[in-house]
Unconditional design. Sequence first.
Length: 221
Amino acid sequence: MTLINTFPFFYFKTKHPKQVLSTTWDDRTSINQKDVNLFCWERPEEPAIKDYLNTLVDTNLPAIRLFIDKENIDKQLVGARNIWDRDKKHEGDAFWKDVQQVAKDFLHFSEDSTGVFHLKVVANDACKKFHIDGYRLRLFSTYIGPGTEWLPEAAVNRNALGTTNEQIVTDYTKIQRLGTGHVSILKGELPFEAQSVKGIVHRSPEITSLGEKRIILRVDI
């Protein structure tokens, strides 16, 4: 497990932001530490999942958004699979099992009974500006395509958030990227709520000029 500690800036009583990068999902509970704003499980890509999704990525799949809860998540994600894979192709079993497992485990360990589930194909540079989102916790994984980019504290000017990347990023060489297939948990910031640590500053990677697409999973709490 790698712990990244970055601390050039102070914000009232918030902690110095840290990011935890690990090769095991067991370390996911580190996101509950008051000074951690990003956990990433750096797992290898699963060839069976990649091959299956590559058969779907160019088939105009609709974005899936639904409320999930601990008690009914298995049934709810069967419904999600019906939207993308009504025939329930055997080749897709590994992917849908993986989505179910990480989403369910995220709800359980976070001690929240509900979340908002998103699964979609991204074909543009949406959210290309570095920013912080309004959620308490977010599960995120890029199954196909380049992963989300994020900034360590040593490379971000938080006072410039909402302006341009040129003003927000103080050192472009320090931009980090989550790997394809990695599973991350991010902390955001909720309005009018005290923060123990500042939310992670991140953005979507640029893919339009490369002609790439991404398949992403997101669960917001």
